[in-house]
Ligand binder design. Structure first.
Ligand code: SF4
Ligand code: SF4
Length: 356
């Protein structure tokens, strides 16, 4: 997971969380917007959240400066390190019970560092693959990624990389560049960089990053998101409005210059106009985020605490915000339909609860 910044979640334009057996990237992209929206919409109407995000462990061997997962406000009352988490068959059974109960279309596995639980994941991931559930696993690649995971077609490995080697190695030791390059060998990963103020202040830095990873055969895609601050956070990573505008102007040129950079116009637009609050964030409203005890909810979104939505740089939120602005039949924005459906779904669920 990135620095202050484990916002590596779902790239909604890159795969289709339909629950159907995973197919090729091209086919997935071609059908995403219509069918994924409709499938998710169906779940929402039935009072369900179609996306699930799980902090699969509270452990992490890294100490990234400003990591929000271990900030006291992340989970509200109990800090992440004080939760009781699971391992072994208890973890495998616990996650599968959640999957059977919530029937998500897509799961994000984050941590802590998920690879700490690689043995359990080696049981879970093939099972989720059999169920046709798309899984995004966000890791620092601090230890070798098991070779057999390379054959899982529903698995999207996202490796968090905090800039070029000198900066990354300082922030993320022991997950240094030389180590992660070794640990991702044999895999095709999505490299994810969360843009911070320090990077924006160095002209050409982002392009250098894109150049480096474009040339690496292990990187099949490159994602950029923007640092999302917590209320009251005045860290060196926080972008000013000018920084943000400058970064977005530069990023807009990347897809043509660097074909591995996946950043659609819609996502860029989402970054330019983030939701004003969690209530307006389709991503927050459609994702159930659970912490390492598999019970504690992380609210209002995977960041926990009190994130500043108006400075949100989460790629999933940006992508879904963009989808939300589409107008069905040229008239009604999708976000309105989602919001009405959510209200209807909640009502149905409550009625169902009363009837039990
Ligand atoms: S790798 Fe670990 S310390 Fe670093 S941001 Fe992720 S959870 Fe936090
Ligand atoms: S807009 Fe707000 S609620 Fe949505 S992902 Fe960003 S910080 Fe979280």
């Amino acid at each position: 997971m990135p620095l202050l910044v484990r916002n590596d979640p779902d790239e909604p334009f890159d795969y289709e969380p339909t629950g159907a057996p995973c197919s090729s990237d091209v086919a997935k992209r071609a059908t995403l917007t219509k069918s994924a929206i409709l499938t998710a919409w169906g779940r929402i109407i039935r009072g369900r959240k179609p996306l699930l995000s799980i902090e699969i462990t509270k452990e992490c061997p890294l100490q990234c400066p400003g990591c929000y997962a271990y900030e006291p406000e992340h989970l509200g009352e109990t800090p992440l390190r004080q939760l009781s988490d699971y391992r072994g068959s208890q973890l495998v059974d616990g996650v599968m019970a959640l999957v059977r109960r919530h029937r998500p279309l897509h799961i994000s596995i984050v941590g802590g560092e998920p690879l700490v639980r690689y043995r359990e994941l080696s049981e879970l991931l093939p099972e989720l693959e059999r169920m046709g559930i798309e899984v995004q696993l966000v890791t620092s690649a601090v230890r070798p990624i098991p070779a057999e995971w390379a054959s899982l077609r529903c698995l999207h490995l996202v490796v968090s990389v905090d800039g070029l080697a000198p900066e990354h190695d300082l922030r993320r030791a022991p997950a240094t560049y030389s180590r992660i390059l070794q640990n991702m060998r044999g895999h095709q990963v999505i490299v994810h960089c969360t843009i911070t103020r320090q990077q924006v202040l160095r002209p050409g830095y982002l392009a250098e990053f894109a150049t480096f990873w474009s040339e690496r055969p292990e990187a099949r895609k490159i994602w950029f998101s923007l640092f999302t601050p917590q209320t009251g956070n005045e860290s060196a990573e926080r972008l000013t409005n000018d920084d943000r505008a400058r970064a977005l102007a530069e990023l807009a040129t990347f897809p043509k210059r660097f074909p591995k950079v996946h950043l659609s116009k819609q996502v860029l637009d989402g970054y330019r106009r983030p939701p004003a609050s969690p209530a307006e964030c389709i991503f927050a409203q459609t994702t159930l985020c659970l912490s390492a005890d598999l019970a504690t909810r992380i609210t209002p979104c995977q960041f926990g605490g009190q994130p500043v939505c108006t400075e949100c740089g989460c790629v999933a939120s940006a992508g879904l915000a963009a989808i939300g602005r589409y107008k069905l039949a040229g008239l009604i924005p999708v976000s309105k339909i989602f919001s009405l459906s959510r209200g209807f779904g909640t009502l149905l669920t409550r009625q169902g609860e009363h009837q039990v």
